[in-house]
Design a protein around this ligand. Structure first.
Ligand SMILES: Nc1ncnc2c1ncn2[C@@H]1O[C@H](COP(=O)(O)OP(=O)(O)OP(=O)(O)O)[C@@H](O)[C@H]1O
Length: 248
């Protein structure tokens, strides 16, 4: 049986009187791809930022390979490849210099930098300043940055924003490849077709509540005649009943 990689137990987040995320639990196995689905303000980035260690949960616990951010910060951070939702690259640096900078932080060599630039289709433009890149090119560089050290957990906030159909599909293939190597992948998206095509499991999030957590294949079969995951999302959200992850 595949090993549990990420365990999230009753994690919530409040700031002042606002609840950004109500208690939520999730476990992710090695080789599993999980999509956090929901509209603007659903709480996807709030959850991702807590998993990344950027913000602390108000309650609950997060363990990655049995490690907690609070007690094993360095070992925990070493296991996470994080792609933020928004990021400003240093404007004076080229793509190669940018990725090399992050590679040095991750103790990763030049060969891997070149391999990844090739993987994300930026090898030929590696000496161009990132400030001249399109949104999709910057997204691909950011994705390469997350993949540098072949992390145990790829944590990707809206990774397909700005990607054209070719790179959208390439992204799907790359995360499947990562999962095939035992890496766990958690990504957020507004696009349920992306979740439907590439994720094993999905969380449907609405206004800080997880309304569904479970298997994508089961959902696809269950809602085959109702528009796939889009139909499933509409019906589950409209039904009003929170649903638990299968087997829990
Ligand atoms: N620092 C903050 N203080 C108060 N409320 C916040 C803060 N950051 C986020 N929020 C609120 O928390 C909620 C969840 O935001 P979050 O960014 O997690 O949503 P999201 O699902 O990632 O949305 P999007 O798809 O628009 O990126 C939103 O209502 C947002 O306004």
């Amino acid at each position: 049986m595949d090993k549990e990689r990420l365990q999230i137990e009753n994690v919530s987040k409040s700031i002042g009187k606002s609840t950004l995320l109500y208690p939520c639990s999730l476990s992710v196995r090695e080789g599993e791809i999980v999509a956090l689905c929901g509209g603007n303000g659903a709480g996807k980035s709030t959850l991702i930022n807590m998993i990344a260690g950027i913000s602390r949960p108000t309650s609950g616990a997060i363990l990655l390979d049995g490690l907690a951010w609070s007690s094993d910060r360095v070992a925990y951070a070493d296991r996470v490849g994080y792609m933020p939702d928004e990021f400003q690259f240093g404007s004076a640096l080229t793509a190669f210099e940018t990725l090399s900078f992050y590679a040095s932080l991750r103790r990763v060599g030049r060969e891997r930098v070149l391999e990844l630039l090739d993987t994300v289709g930026l090898l030929e433009v590696r000496n161009r300043k990132v400030s001249t890149f399109s949104k999709g090119m910057r997204q691909r560089l950011l994705f390469a940055q997350a993949m540098l050290a072949k992390p145990a957990l790829l944590l990707l906030d809206e990774p397909t924003n700005g990607l054209d159909p070719y790179w959208m599909e390439a992204f799907g293939k790359l995360i499947r490849l990562a999962a095939g190597n035992g890496q766990a992948v958690v990504f957020s998206t507004h696009q349920l077709n992306i979740a439907e095509s590439y994720a094993d499991s999905a969380l449907f999030m609405v206004s800080g509540h997880v309304r569904y957590s479970g298997d994508v294949k089961t959902l696809k079969e269950q809602y085959r005649g109702a528009g796939g995951l889009y139909g499933a999302f509409d019906r589950i959200v409209a039904s009003g009943a929170p649903m638990e992850r299968e087997g829990e």
